[in-house]
Write a protein that binds this ligand. Sequence first.
Ligand code: KE4
Length: 432
Amino acid sequence: MSNSPSTIQRPRSQGAFERALNLMPGGVNSPARAFGAVGGTPLFIDRADGAYLFDVDGNRYLDYIGSWGPMILGHRHPEVVAALEAAIHRGTSYGAPTEAESELAERIIATVGSIKKVRLVNSGTEATMSAIRLARGFTGRDVIVKFAGNYHGHVDSLLVAAGSSAATLGTPNSPGVTVGTTRDTLVLEYNDVEQLEQTFSLRGDQIAGIIFEPIVGNMGVVRPTTEFCAALMRLTRQHGVLLICDEVMTGFRVALGGAQKLLGLEPDITTLGKIVGGGLPVGAYGGRAEVMNHILPAGKVFQAGTLSGNPLATAAGCATLKILQESPPYELLENLSQRLEIGLRRAASAAGIPHTLHRVGSMMTLFFHPGPISGWREAAHSDTQRYAQFFWNMMDRGVYLPCSQFEALFVSTAHTEPDIDLTISAAEAAMQ
Ligand code: KE4
């Protein structure tokens, strides 16, 4: 019996989920996919093509999750598929260096201005975990600062609930994370310059690094203020703290050079993921050589990985970045995304729904919240029940949105104006 708030029966997804529940925790391999935030049964996907997902019941959906960001070129881009087909006939993994890794490193360095040396890993989590270890190894300090509503993967020391004040160290927000692991983590409010300055005056000389999403995607899309960016740059330099820009989501998404290019930021370390692998498992972290040369075997900070720089993953990543570098699609993405933003705003206003929409390039969030939203304190009060019903109303009209109010939707180069207009029409009906 489906408990879905959907009006459409999807028996094969239902059966697939019941099977998966007996095999894997929650029936999924990443909790975000379990539809916990929107209720109902997750759709099992059979295949994807261009801007579309196809579920195992044969339904087609316009895809705005794009694998949570990687699929900026849409699914099965012919040049990415061709690169993978060529690579697979040369083998799948060697455990030895390849020139493809150097090509991907060159492409990253050529596009992300602050990166002069880079290490490839297998996920965004590995990238952020390694960046934190590097900041501590480079500075010899222990304290790491993060911000509420920012997500950096399942790194133990970042699975932290905010302390009671700016000077209060974090406490674990997941079983299995020890107090010892989190006692060197401070959780501050995003865009709160005063609290940042207070923290630095109290503990600046103990802080190894600050990690933040330069444009947040993980509380929904939230931009930093100019003052917040300036304070981050100023205070980290004053106190010898490394600034870690987590561009796993924004890298190659909001601009070829990432959010740091748009915002004029000069981080000491940048973390990457998602798009850099073109849909295959690639993460990366990089920065100026003086910092990166502390990583083993050049330096003494340990980090390793069996499948880091895997030949198939680097083939997909190189093919994707090659396209983005040679024919930057950001004007197309801006036009399509602006059209969608205007349509969604008009639909919500016509339905009399309190809302605010935040967009940067081809990533955006329609908050069921009157706004303003500058951080997690406001975002957390969004009407998540209303979002959940909107989600299913759109799904039943063939539009697959992020399965949480606190995520970004993504437009790809495979989307067309008719696709956007269909989405807007669906939203007008879905909000009634
Ligand atoms: P992964 O380990 O999932 O590759 O990357 C972790 C990560 C790091 N930094 C940022 C800014 C991220 O957004 C992420 C992962 N994003 C989530 C969705 N917002 C991935 C979806 C999931 O967990 O299944």
